[in-house]
Design a protein around this ligand. Structure first.
Ligand SMILES: [Zn+2]
Length: 132
């Protein structure tokens, strides 16, 4: 077997990620639109269901579905807030910096999670804002 290929493996053309992260904006805005539509579905559905008033059992059922929708909507709204914040950071030029240490967030991490605001070292920190 020949090993001639080794020397040819120089640096492949790795695309440089621009510091402006301009490519992330359409990703974030796309996600924002999806989240808004989903939240709209969930919350509008909850309001409409309130009209079930004549059957107590059904009301209980509806209430529990509303509770599920509500917690799902809450989770989506939390994600929406992260996406909004990421878009705001794109606007003010701080996008891509960890909010904990100020270091740069890895490009592949931003690729996977465009709305993230923490570097890999701080990713496991509690997402809760309160406390500590
Ligand atoms: Zn960090």
């Amino acid at each position: 077997m020949t090993r001639g290929a080794d020397s040819a493996r120089g640096r492949a053309s790795v695309p440089l990620v621009s510091d402006t992260h301009a490519d992330k904006r359409p990703l974030l805005e796309g996600e924002r639109t999806r989240l808004l539509a989903r939240i709209d579905e969930l919350t509008v559905g909850g309001v409409v269901d309130l009209e079930f008033d004549d059957d107590f059992a059904d009301r209980g059922q509806v209430a529990s579905e509303q509770g599920e929708n509500r917690s799902l909507a809450d989770a989506l709204e939390a994600q929406l807030a992260r996406v909004d914040a990421a878009i705001a950071r794109l606007d003010d030029g701080t996008y891509g910096a960890c909010i904990v240490c100020g270091g740069r967030i890895g490009a592949d991490r931003l690729e996977a999670m465009p709305a993230t605001d923490r570097c890999i070292d701080h990713a496991t920190a509690s997402p809760r804002r309160l406390g500590s």
